[in-house]
Design a binder for this molecule. Structure first.
Ligand code: GLC
Length: 427
């Protein structure tokens, strides 16, 4: 499927939805954009695993602890002496991601605290996992294990780094800021040359001094140059927008509801199923119903979903999150036919009630609220419906005319999270 080319301004004006795209003002550089062909695997994959794991996991109060609690950089750095995860098992984690129906993954390789989760000569002060108690290269272990398990491999990287005073005063402390930029280029080069094929590069935090947008800071990072280098090393890597360049897809972040029309661009919602993005011992986990609802709200509007979990300092995902992933997997096994490899539509979704996905001559109607759906019916459809069934194969009576379509699913077949009706159409 070919996605439309819309400018940021055009999109912003058509966005009457609650989808909060992050970087529509990003610098345009059409020569960097991936082709439809190279984007296809990502569009088809739909669901990915995100994980935030690093020194902040030891603190246990979110990945922003260093900044929020004003922990001085040299004191924070001592956490590295305690970072020695003995139960980190990326093979098991990749297996779990597969069981959860995920087809790709994104590991936080370096967050805003500056600690690199790999052997990073480019790291300022060698603040990396090879020089921590662990003395290991976690990016290597992750990329090997997840790739072997058949998952798309993605790396999250934060250009900004709180350890540099120049981050907060890029003009007054230009030399120091320049060191941070140098680190960014060196580390992106390491990440894109030492670990085989990287399927996704996921930037976060290109803005400066925590103000403005990523695009506002493009004068500093020069994202077209940065991503030009990435393209030389990784020609087919899918790149998100948050380096200041508009990127290959747009991001929506957090657990707010998704409503409104299908977005005719590539986009992904990421959210954490736990309290923070990173480990918190007081962990609360999102109810399954809420997770699935958000996921379906994205899928029927053309979006992918990147679900975040938070391993503990020892490298293990809390059992409550493991359990959720398994439940999500059960849902995806049951309904995956109507999700993977589909596009959104053709009919627009009705907020909180229903939406549609499509693969060739098969349309899938996803009903989230059967009771409400019974009262609204479906709008007219151009294509003629030949047959109407549930995913278990049972036939569903329907009536199609100029006014619309009436589909009556027997009450005993209603599903609490997503009742999927398969419509075979005649083109
Ligand atoms: C927000 C958070 C950051 C997190 C990111 C994930 O930007 O501030 O900590 O890594 O979301 O998208």
């Amino acid at each position: 499927m070919v996605k439309k080319e819309l400018s940021g301004a055009e999109l912003a004006s058509m966005l009457k939805s609650s989808i909060q795209l992050k970087s529509l003002d990003g610098v345009e550089a059409p020569e960097l954009k991936l082709s439809d062909e190279d984007m296809q695997w990502w569009r088809d994959a739909k669901l990915g695993l995100f994980f935030h794991w690093g020194l902040y996991s030891i603190v246990g109060r979110g990945e922003w602890a260093m900044f929020n609690e004003k922990i001085p950089a040299d004191e924070y750095a001592k956490l590295a002496e305690r970072f020695n995860p003995l139960h980190w098992n990326p093979e098991r984690m990749a297996q779990l991601a597969r069981e959860a129906g995920m087809r790709y993954s994104v590991m936080v390789t370096r967050h805003h605290d500056g600690f690199a989760m790999w052997d990073s000569p480019g790291s300022y002060g060698r603040f990396d996992s090879m020089h921590a108690a662990a003395k290991r290269d976690f990016v290597k272990e992750y990329t090997d294990a997840f790739r072997n398990a058949g998952l798309g491999v993605g790396l999250y990287y934060s250009p900004m780094d709180w350890r540099f005073p120049g981050y907060f005063k890029p003009l007054e402390l230009a030399d120091n800021a320049e060191l941070m930029k140098k680190q960014c280029y060196a580390q992106i080069e390491e990440l894109t040359t030492r670990y085989g094929q990287i399927d996704i590069l996921w930037y976060d935090g290109g803005w400066l001094a925590h103000s403005g947008t990523d695009a506002d800071a493009a004068w500093f990072w020069d994202p077209v140059k940065l991503n030009g280098m990435v393209r030389r090393h990784q020609p087919a890597c899918v790149i998100n927008p948050r380096s200041g360049w508009i990127g290959d897809f747009q991001c929506d972040e957090g657990t707010h509801a998704i409503t409104g029309n299908i977005l005719p661009i590539d986009w992904e919602k990421c959210f954490s199923i736990g309290t923070h993005w990173s480990y918190d011992p007081q962990e609360l986990v999102m109810p399954l119903e809420e997770i699935i609802k958000l996921m379906m709200d994205c899928f029927v509007r053309g979006g992918n979903v990147l679900l975040n979990v938070a391993p503990n300092p020892d490298g293990e995902i809390p059992s409550s999150q493991v359990e959720r992933l398994k439940q999500i997997g059960a849902f995806m096994r049951k309904n995956g036919e109507a999700i993977y490899g589909t596009t959104a539509g053709p009919l627009e979704p009705v907020d909180h009630i229903c939406g549609m996905t499509r693969r060739g001559n098969v349309l899938y109607l996803h009903v989230q609220d059967m009771q409400a759906f019974e009262n609204i019916g479906l709008l007219p459809l151009e294509q003629r419906i030949a047959r109407c069934r549930l995913l278990d194969g049972s036939e569903i009576p329907f009536e199609q005319n100029e006014q619309g379509i009436e589909i009556r699913v027997p009450k005993e077949k209603w599903e609490p999270l997503d009742t999927v009706v398969r419509l075979d159409i005649l083109e």
